[in-house]
Each structure stands twice: as C-alpha cells, then as structure tokens.
Design a protein around this ligand. Structure first.
Ligand SMILES: *Cc1c(COP(=O)(O)O)cnc(C)c1O
Length: 395
C-alpha cells in the first residue's frame, strides 16, 4: 500500500519546488532577443538582483548552474598562481576551492569542523599571519548545504577588515539568497554568487554574480579571464553581449515571475517565513532526537541554517527512511553527502515552502520513523505545530 499520488514534494536542497506562476511564465513563445522587451527584461532582472544582494555594484547573469557561477566569480578576479583562503564549514566552500585549484590557483583551506560554522576569530588570526598579503581572496559560503551550518558572513567580513588584510571577500549565497538577510555592501563583500534553483524558486540553469568596485579593479589584471565568463565582454553595448550569446529567454521569464512573487511578499516576510518554518523543523527534530538515533549535525543552535537541516542518524539506515518517505508518501528528502554519506538525511526548507508543505514533510518523516521502528521521541510534529501556533498570531 502507498499513500502517494500526484506531485512529489521536493524537500531536497535544490532544485526546489517551482510555484505554478513560475511554471506558467515559461509557457509562451520566445522573444526576439533584439527587442526592447528583451532588453527591459534583462535590465529589470539586473536591477532586482541588486536589491536581493543588497548592492549598488554591478550584477551579471550566467547561463550556468552554481558550479558555473563559481567559475565565473573566480576567473574574473584571480590570476594563475594566486593564493586564496577557503573557509571550511562542510562541503561547499571546499568544492568552490577545488574548482579554483583546477584553474591554477593555490588553495589553502582554513580547516573547519563538519558540526560547526566558521569561527571569525580563526579567520582574523590566519590573515594576521599573512603579513606579505599573499592571500588574494577569502572564499566562504553563507549556508553550507551539506552540513547545514550558517556562517556569520557579516562577522567574517569584520574579521577580514580587523586583520587589516586587503584580500577580496567572496561569498556563495546559493543556499541562502532570498531566504535570509544578505547585505553585500553593508557586510563588505566584494563578490557574491548565487543560482536560480533554490531560494529563487526558478529552474536550474541561471547563476548570478554581483561585484563591487574592488572586485572590478582586481578584474583589470586577472589573467584567468576567458571569453564566456568575462565581465568586461558582458558590459558591451549590444544586449546579446550580456549573455555572451543567445539569452536564456524562458529561464528569464521564470526568474522574473519568481522575483515578482518574492517582492510582492516582501523580503522581510520571506525571511520571517523561512525562520519560522525552519524553527518548526528544529522543534520536531529535537523531540525525535530523544530516541537516541536522530540528532542535529550542527551542534550549536545559533549555527543551524534557516534553509536546510542535516539530521544525523546513528544506529539506523537513513536510506531506508528516505525510501519510505519517497516511495510510500511522495516526499523526497535530501541525502547525507560528503563526510555524512550514509549517516544523515537532510530536510530542505527553502524557497516555495509554507506551513502545509513543512508540517506535511515532518508528519511523513514521523510516520516513517514509526513504520520502520526507528527509536525516536514521540510528538515531534506536534511540537512543530505548537511552536507555529504560538509564533503565528491569530490577530
Ligand atoms: C547547490 C549549491 C551549489 C551548487 O549549485 P549547482 O547549481 O548544483 O552547481 C553551490 N553552493 C551551495 C551552497 C549550494 O547549496
């Protein structure tokens, strides 16, 4: 017997659920890519991306997933043999660093722990040792989607400045943009990258890079530049140069619709919605953890991300739980990756999520814990409901 039908619910950290408005926005003919409508579509998106990143700097749109955005960011500001410092807090900054290494950049990892966020004091201490200023850039993720740590991007920016170090500060906001506050200019970030398929609720295939004056100064001498990623080439007068060729017309329609929805809801409300639903997930996991099998990967509550929760599983098979949720109930959970392969599952709570989707997901997980006889504290979903009932006033 199964109790699933219709659409699966994706509780994975990307691609996330696309709203019907976003799906509908793509169901129309392509535009003449030289038309005014096309130029206005691009201009409007670039303007609104600046608002999402909270920057006055220039933004670029790439036809690429997040990995492409990583390469776009690196190639425009670095030269072969430059050294960068990668701040580890799980899998994703490491992955960005591996891309840099393959491009000929010297990579030093500031080692982190998989159950902790980056410690800004360690960043400051390491940069103070670099008296010759050999480190050209510091790269970091806001949310590490593997460990589910959230890094304090503002505090790390302050640490870099406190060390008096001129390194560029480059941040990956793929699993956090449009889900939680991000203040590129106010936090002293030089380059930010993100992608379309997580909090931005659009299909995979677009990535976004935002830059400030310091980044564009470094760009002048960077020798890793290539024609496709190059910012200068994309600043050419002709509209098609913004995409180094044909614009990804339908992805742009979709992203336009998604950003319209976010701005209609208003970003403060979007952030609050994510924070409340994330806390509901954490209340449930905390109760289940009383059974001694499940637990939070991230040790400190304040370092747990509002977009994804990595749940460790000790003494049961997370794959069996994921199979039950998917095959019997139509809820797809994220897999443990990297160090947590086979020892964790992940609940994503980013993008087009609401109370029914999150409470439904929690209910299905609790149902599967019972069906598979995995020891767990009873009443996790009830704790999530109680939390939301208290937090969401009846007016
Ligand atoms: C998903 C993700 C990426 C990679 O994005 P792709 O589109 O899969 O290439 C990079 N960084 C973070 C933090 C992510 O969550």
């Amino acid at each position: 017997m199964v109790v699933r039908a219709g659409r699966e619910f994706l509780a994975i950290p990307g691609p996330t659920t696309m709203p019907d408005e976003v799906l509908r926005a793509m169901h129309r003919p392509a535009l003449d890519i030289y038309s005014d409508t096309m130029v206005q579509l691009t201009d409007g998106l670039l303007r609104d991306l600046g608002q999402l990143f909270a920057t006055q700097g220039r933004c670029y749109i790439y036809i690429a997933n997040g990995h492409g955005g990583w390469e776009a960011a690196l190639s425009n500001v670095l030269s072969r043999g430059d050294k960068i410092l990668v701040l580890e807090s799980g899998r994703f900054a490491i992955g960005w660093g591996q891309a840099a290494a393959a491009m000929g950049v010297e990579v030093e990892v500031l080692p982190g722990r998989w159950h902790r966020a980056v410690d800004p004091a360690e960043v400051e201490a390491r940069l103070r040792q670099d008296t010759q200023h050999n480190i050209k850039a510091v790269i970091c993720v806001q949310v590490d989607t593997a460990s589910s740590a959230v890094n304090d991007i503002e505090a790390i920016g302050k640490a870099i400045r406190a060390a008096g170090h001129p390194a560029l500060y480059m941040v990956d906001a793929v699993a956090s943009l449009a889900c939680m506050p991000f203040e590129m200019d106010a936090w002293g970030i030089d380059v930010t990258m993100s992608a379309s398929q997580k909090g931005l609720m659009a299909p995979p295939g677009l990535s976004f890079v935002a830059t400030n004056d310091r980044a564009r100064a470094a760009h002048q001498t960077a020798n890793l530049r290539t024609p496709y990623w190059d910012w200068t080439a994309r600043e050419g007068a002709e509209h098609y140069m913004k995409y180094a060729g044909t614009a990804p017309v339908h992805l742009l329609f979709a992203q336009r619709a998604a950003i319209d929805m976010l701005l209609d809801e208003t970003l403060p409300n979007v952030f609050t919605r994510h924070r409340l639903l994330a806390e509901a997930v954490r209340r449930a996991v905390a109760v289940w953890a009383e059974g001694g099998v499940l637990g939070f990967n991230i040790a400190r509550p304040e370092e747990r991300a509002d977009t994804v929760t990595t749940v460790t599983v000790d003494g049961a098979d997370p794959a069996a739980l994921q199979r039950y949720c998917k095959d019997k109930c139509g809820v797809v959970l994220g897999t443990g990756i990297g160090e947590l392969r086979g020892r964790a599952f992940r609940i994503a709570h980013m993008g087009h999520i609401n109370a029914p989707s999150i409470l439904g997901t929690l209910g299905v997980i609790e149902m599967s814990l019972a069906a598979l006889d995995i020891p767990h504290g009873k009443g996790g979903t009830q704790a999530a409901i109680a939390y939301l009932a208290a937090a969401v006033a009846a007016d």
